[in-house]
Design a binder for this molecule. Structure first.
Ligand code: NAI
Ligand code: HPV
Length: 528
């Protein structure tokens, strides 16, 4: 029985660990308390890693994970996962997108309310300092305040719904959603960031990326109302931390509720010195309910990925299998096969791969092109090629990949064509699948054929004169090679192409004899 190693790099719920433990095919290592440098040794032979925000999947991690197939981020944010780096190494990156939504939504509400009522401070006054001074703790109400939500996804939208229940005036800013997503929930949609900056309270719920880092800085804070309240339970650095500090220090920002910091753990952060801020140590996902959900879902995803069964919630799989109709799937396999065949027939540094399609499959050109690229590069580049890294490796090697949807000009309902250009020559192969699911190569370099891409192929191109078939047949027979199938295509230039399928591969000696025949133009072999 094949075994797979899953390394749990951060704390996840016991129920998830039990799932890993109970699967006979999984060897799991709990490494949440292992120092991050020592972790690099632990992951060296791991198939899958489960991580959270405390484990950076950076170049060191990726470099050490020599056998890794997949990483499951047990949570939402993948800003500390180098997804491109993983793709280059063929590592699939997945997350668990909605399991902690409610936990983060409710923490946002807790921060918002704490900011309005200074709750942690009044609590500390009474509980720790034993001072009963009610007149010191006048706060503000949420009711009637205008709330600006930046990022109206899983968390932002639910914060909006809850704030409506507090009778707030809620406005959402999110350029990547239809306005109706907000308006259907009774929330105003705006495409004006300045409208958000004019709100009484602003909360952010976007991913952290090059567009959102510092989305609120000194200039934006200057445009805000005096006494604005800011909440960030998404990612440190979305609000520029220096600008946030200055705004709080000056009183322009009355209060801030902050769960996340640019660099964590943040035990010595200047923001912690202020007395108009409520902080928590990245607790957005820390409820028992959400950790149970995340732990079990992450374990399930890790088990499936380790066994190669499925890769749900993957970021870097170029193909979403669930969106590929059944009739297209055999064409993907066929594309990979003819990509492989083209590169076997054209063994030289590849310049470009062109994938064309006719018929309904043309809608899936990107997926077809991925499969063709995998087939074409397989065993040719010294890299392990898979569906995740194929386009990266091609780009790295300077190979141009082109796709083209062609008008339906052939007799076939669907047709896939691969044109492989190397620095020596061009090989062009067309193939289709008949109704009965039979794969057929229908053209090679302009020669019409009808042959199943399976077995030991010898492609013999010759001048089209009488007697060649007989010569080739007896030559192969003399060399002990039995012919299983013989297909012939002819072109208008007086040339013929024989595709000979043999029971055993044709050895070098026989190939030399074939190429020595006076009618021979070229001989190539490929095993499919
Ligand atoms: N503090 C914590 O422990 C937790 C933090 N998070 C973080 O909360 C954030 C939101 O998570 P979800 O709502 O689950 O993600 P989501 O993907 O459901 O929603 C994100 C929304 O942000 C929008 N967006 C992207 N770029 C934007 C931009 N430039 N301006 C405005 N909107 C933009 C997207 O269109 C999307 O609707 C993420 O950063 C996630 O990592 C999530 C869970 C727990
Ligand atoms: O899911 C997220 O994005 C979170 O921020 C939660 O992070 P964590 O799993 O608690 O390290």
């Amino acid at each position: 029985m094949e075994k797979y190693k899953v390394v749990v790099c951060d704390h996840i719920h016991e129920a998830g660990l039990e799932m890993l433990q109970n699967d006979p095919q999984i060897d799991y290592v709990f490494a949440a308390d292992v120092d991050k440098t020592a972790l690099l040794d632990v992951i060296a032979d791991a198939d899958v890693a489960i991580t959270r925000s405390s484990t950076d999947v950076d170049d060191k991690f990726i470099g050490a994970a020599k056998q890794m197939k997949a990483i499951v981020r047990a949570g939402v944010g993948v800003d500390n996962v180098d997804i491109d780096g993983c793709s280059k190494e063929g590592i699939i990156v997945m997350n668990v997108p909605t399991a902690n939504t409610i936990a983060a939504v409710e923490l946002t509400m807790a921060h918002m309310l704490s900011c309005m009522r200074m709750f942690p401070y009044s609590h500390d006054h009474l509980k720790n300092q034993r001072i009963w001074k009610r007149e010191k703790w006048y706060g503000y109400e949420l009711k009637g305040k205008k709330l600006g939500i930046i990022g109206f996804g899983n968390i932002g939208s639910r914060v909006g719904v809850r704030c409506k229940a507090f009778e707030m005036d809620v406005v959402a800013y999110d350029p990547y959603i239809p306005a109706s997503k907000a308006t259907d929930l009774g929330v105003k949609y705006t495409d004006s960031f300045d409208e958000i900056l004019g709100c009484d309270i602003i909360t952010i719920h976007t991913p952290k990326n090059s567009e959102t880092i510092d989305i609120i800085g000194a200039d934006e804070i200057a445009k805000m109302k005096d006494g604005v309240v800011l909440v960030n339970c998404a990612r440190g650095g979305l609000y520029n931390e220096e600008a946030l500090y200055d705004g709080l220090k000056s009183g322009k920002i009355r209060f801030a509720g902050i769960d996340v910091f640019k660099k964590e753990p943040a035990t010595d952060h200047p923001l912690l010195d202020l007395d108009n801020i409520v902080v928590s140590p990245h607790l957005g996902a820390n409820t028992f309910e959400s950790q149970y959900n995340i732990g079990t879902q992450a374990a399930q995803q890790a088990i499936e990925a380790a066994k190669g069964i499925a890769f749900p919630n993957a970021f870097n799989l170029p193909i979403d299998e669930t969106k590929i109709p059944a009739f297209v799937k055999p064409f993907l396999e066929l594309g990979q096969k003819i990509g492989f065949m083209a590169s076997e027939l054209n063994r030289a540094p590849i310049v470009s791969i062109k994938v064309s399609a006719q018929g309904d499959i043309a809608e899936y050109l990107d997926s077809l092109s991925t499969f063709v690229t995998v087939g074409t590069l397989a065993d040719k580049t010294g890299d392990t090629i898979n569906y995740v890294n194929a386009s990266f490796i091609a780009e790295q090697k300077g190979i141009k990949i082109e796709t083209s949807a062609e008008l339906d000009s052939s007799a076939y309902k669907n047709l896939i064509s691969v044109k492989l250009t190397t620095d020596k020559r061009v090989v062009d192969i067309d193939a289709t699948i008949f109704e009965e699911g039979v794969q057929r190569i229908v053209e090679v370099n302009g020669f019409d054929l009808d042959v199943e891409p399976k077995g030991n192929f010898t492609l013999f191109k010759n001048t089209d004169v009488p007697g060649v078939i007989g010569k080739v047949g007896s030559l192969l027979a003399r060399n002990g090679v039995n012919i299983g199938d013989f297909r012939l295509g002819r072109n208008s230039n007086g040339e013929a192409l024989a595709v000979i399928i043999t029971d055993t591969p044709v050895k070098d000696a026989a190939l030399s004899e074939l190429s020595a025949l006076e009618e021979c133009i070229s001989v190539d072999t490929v095993r499919l």
